[in-house]
Design a binder for this molecule. Structure first.
Ligand code: SF4
Length: 298
């Protein structure tokens, strides 16, 4: 298969318990059934090129609203294919003791949290998604970052609010914030401590979204997780490439990065310029700290 990103992205729940102001997801209220999810994973594994390690990402909405399906998939498929790994992006609010103890014994399911959660830091290999919004000052971000470090988080993913308007002043402040964050990481790496930034490992040709095989709650297969955004209905036919019963094969050209970028540009309308600017600031930050961390580790 000719995907930039070989992950399978499952939109296991199109619901969420909260409404973040910057969130572009359309909440349709649907959850993926176990039958659909299981068919999708089987087809994905059957069609995956040899030599590629399977990675399955649970996405939403809030995936833990459909925990029984996620858990059933991990239990069913992990043992069968030893290199299979799972990821879940969650707001963390449903991580009760039962789920935490399951996750502690299942390191093959990597968790990315976007809110501070009781004992969240203790999960094996947990990532923290730090969302940067227009109303946050550099000082408040640095303060929160120091709290997260003290709590025990070691791996971070930085995410400026995309698809919303940023003024020139706010962009300047964001640039200052990235410089402040870079200083923190330089200090940690200079001490030889193992802190990581995820953005440096994950490449996507389109801001925010995954350019990865994406299965919606109803089993339709798309070329990108873009499909979950509000107002995508008229473009869904361009992104649709199959279903769990008609798995996509060579229609992959549609997944081309420029094609997805153009769809996204039209969809974003007047917020596209701001999106490109914050994405560029993020890219510069990640590239600079990435170089520094490599040098610091030599
Ligand atoms: S927690 Fe995630 S899915 Fe829910 S509203 Fe916020 S950004 Fe959207």
């Amino acid at each position: 298969m000719n995907w930039v990103d070989h992950r399978l992205c499952l939109l296991v729940s199109r619901r969420c318990n909260i409404r973040c102001g910057f969130c572009p997801v359309e909440f349709t209220g649907e959850d993926m059934s176990l039958e659909t999810a299981s068919k999708a994973v089987k087809s994905y594994l059957e069609h995956l090129s040899s030599g590629i390690s399977p990675k399955i990402k649970f996405f939403g909405g809030e995936p833990f609203l459909n925990w029984p399906v996620m858990k059933a998939l991990v239990d069913e498929f992990h043992g069968k294919r030893s290199k299979i790994s799972f990821q879940v992006s969650t707001n963390g609010m449903f991580l009760d003791e039962e789920k935490i103890s399951y996750l502690l014994t299942h390191p093959e399911l990597e968790v990315t949290l976007s809110f501070r959660t009781k004992n969240g830091w203790s999960l094996p290999g947990v990532w923290f998604t730090f969302v940067l919004t227009q109303n946050q000052s550099t000082e408040s971000v640095i303060e929160k970052m120091n709290v997260l470090i003290l709590e025990g988080y070691r791996r971070f993913n930085f995410l400026p609010a995309y698809f919303s308007k940023w003024s020139e002043n706010e962009l300047e402040e964001l640039e200052k914030t990235f410089k402040g964050l870079a200083k923190i990481f330089y200090g940690l790496w200079d001490k030889g401590l193992d802190y990581q930034i995820k953005n440096s490992e994950v490449y996507s040709p389109i801001p925010l979204y995954n350019a990865a095989l994406t299965v919606d709650a109803d089993g339709t297969v798309y070329s990108s997780s873009l499909i979950e955004s509000r107002g995508m209905d008229s473009l869904s036919e361009f992104l649709r490439i199959g279903s769990t019963t008609d798995w996509p094969k060579e229609k992959m050209a549609r997944r081309d990065g420029r094609f997805l970028r153009e769809i996204l540009r039209r969809w974003a309308g007047p917020t596209w310029d701001s999106t490109c600017r914050v994405d560029e600031l993020l890219t510069r930050f990640v590239a600079s700290v990435g170089e520094y961390s490599r040098e610091a580790c030599v």
